[in-house]
Design a protein around this ligand. Structure first.
Ligand code: HEM
Length: 498
């Protein structure tokens, strides 16, 4: 018995030593930046946390002091970069800092199965083939009337929800999710998935199920666990398959109905199906790119809306200023002119400021050094190292944005549309504002996202004033995308007749 216990203890010690040294001990190189202790990644498993608190407590100081840190994330050590000049270099030199998404990093994972190899994660010739199909579909002129009509439905849903909630707050995330799914599917993919019409539409149910499975912190941080046949992982793979099949089926079915009409011929749904039909893409490439277009096309705008409504709830004077600007330009939110909306300096600066403070993709690690390289002339990066950005940190860099970098201050962007755009371009070129990243792999959906934000804000600000539900606890998500968690707002009609 004694020997058995001794053997088990010895085995335990050897295993701990191996796991620590193979997985958890920070790599030796680069030598001149610190490592955030690996256990920081584990905190959300043991405590209900706000990830911005974790960032402030354990990451911000070393990251800002050294411009980059070693960070344990998704089961491996990576370099997380903060300093704008480092970020700019990575974004520019995309042949050295190659895109390398989950399909390469963790090919066995549920996340990789969900998004596959797509326009965001791919590199080289494959990416060029994806880009040639996707870019025209995202750079075309969008149907503003469709977004405006969905925004009117969103207002009606908020109004109804507020009537039911009485003096309590309305949980906004589910409604905003349905709204951004409607805009993405109807305007980008020319497919009506019924997302706004019914909370129980198959796509709504499947999407919520996929998100629940994919963002489970334990599997996000230790994707190696996806290799094991846990019941929960089998379920996750089934949900992912059902979601992808449903999306692909719905897009194909709706293109059949509207094929030949002028609106659909250059739309993303049509061009993607054509790429498959012509043999340029395989069926899998079609499915993976449809899925990523759906995820990027509605998830990021949705998070941007949540954070913007939160900031405006905290700053009622900004709501009043937005309303005054809309009135002074005579904007009819049911039939807005995109040019007028684009030339509203205060609205533009509110949206940029919200994107700066709460970038929907707050942290992303998906580049891999294709050779040994000296980042910024300072940091030796060995070939094969994974690198990523913390947009939250870079966008709030006090050296770039001054001592009140953390404050919501739309006026920092400038007064006129010309001045704001000038500053926007300059901040992006210097990688001081990286919510859409930059360089050759910058976001292709920016134009659609900003248009949608403008139309949405015009409708909401015209219809309501809103504040935070006083009983709502102000905290951000524990892991994954960063935004105010389960936000609840109290809406009041702005005008007597609304
Ligand atoms: C507020 C909204 C949005 C934000 C903050 C955002 C942010 C980003 C970021 C940070 C990237 C770079 C990802 C990386 O480096 O791996 C990206 C890429 C991309 N985004 Fe967006 N995005 C938004 C909306 C959209 C929308 C509405 C679409 C429409 C489908 C879209 C489509 C894309 C595509 C296709 C790429 C890949 C570009 C390439 O690599 O060639 N995004 N986005």
């Amino acid at each position: 018995m004694f020997f058995l216990i001794a053997e088990l203890l010895l085995l335990g010690a050897v295993l701990t030593f191996l796991v620590y040294n193979i997985f958890l001990l920070p790599p030796k190189y680069p030598t001149n930046i610190p490592a955030v202790p690996f256990w920081v990644a584990l905190i959300p498993f043991f405590k209900d946390v706000d990830q911005s608190d974790i960032f402030r407590a354990y990451i911000e100081q070393p990251l800002r002091t050294h411009g980059a840190v070693k960070l344990f994330f998704a089961g491996q050590w990576n370099i997380l970069v903060h300093k704008p000049s480092y970020v700019a270099e990575i974004l520019k030199d995309d042949h050295i800092y190659e895109k390398s998404g989950n399909q390469k990093k963790i090919p066995h994972s549920v996340l990789a199965e969900f998004l596959g190899e797509n326009i965001i994660t791919s590199h080289g010739a494959v990416w060029k083939s994806f880009q040639s199909v996707v870019k025209p579909g995202l750079q075309r002129k969008f149907e503003v009337d469709k977004i405006a009509s969905n925004a009117a439905t969103l207002c009606a849903l908020f109004k109804d929800a507020q009537l039911h909630a009485g003096t309590e707050g309305v949980a906004v995330q589910d409604l905003l999710q349905r709204y951004s799914v409607a805009n993405c599917s109807e305007v980008l993919l020319q497919t009506d998935l019924g997302a706004l019409a019914s909370a129980n539409a198959p796509i709504n149910v499947l999407q919520s199920a996929v998100k629940r499975e994919i963002f489970m912190p334990i599997f996000m941080n230790f994707p190696i666990l996806d290799r094991f046949p846990f019941l929960s992982r089998t379920r996750a793979r089934q949900v992912v398959k059902r979601f992808k099949d449903e999306l692909r089926r719905a897009v194909a079915a709706s293109q059949k109905c509207v094929s030949g009409t002028s609106t659909s011929s250059d739309g993303l749904g049509r061009t993607m199906l054509d790429a498959r039909d012509s043999g340029q893409w395989t069926e899998k490439q079609l499915q993976d790119n449809l899925t990523v277009a759906f995820v990027a096309g509605q998830e990021n705008p949705q998070l941007c809306m949540i954070s913007t409504l939160y900031l405006l709830a905290k700053h009622p004077h900004a709501q009043a200023k937005l309303y005054a600007e809309l009135q002074s330009r005579g904007v009819d939110p049911t039939n807005p002119d995109p040019e007028t909306l684009r030339d509203m300096p205060y609205m533009t600066s509110v949206i940029y400021e919200s994107l700066r403070l709460f970038p929907p993709i707050s942290q992303l690690v998906n580049r891999r050094a294709s050779e040994d390289v000296l980042l910024g002339g300072d940091i030796v990066i060995p070939q094969g190292t994974y690198l990523g950005y913390n947009c939250l940190s870079t966008n709030r860099d006090p050296e770039a944005w001054g001592p009140i970098a953390d404050a919501f201050d739309p006026s920092r962007w400038g007064k006129s549309s010309v001045a704001i755009q000038k500053q926007y371009r300059s901040r992006r070129a210097k990688a001081e504002f990286i919510s859409f990243h930059g360089g050759p792999r910058a976001c292709l959906g920016e134009k659609f996202a900003l248009l949608q934000m403008r139309v949405t804000l015009a409708a909401l600000v015209h219809e309501f004033t809103w504040g935070l539900d006083p009983t709502w606890i102000d905290r951000k998500t524990p892991a994954g995308p960063l935004y105010p968690r389960a936000l609840r707002l109290v809406f009041a009609p702005r005008r007597e007749d609304s």
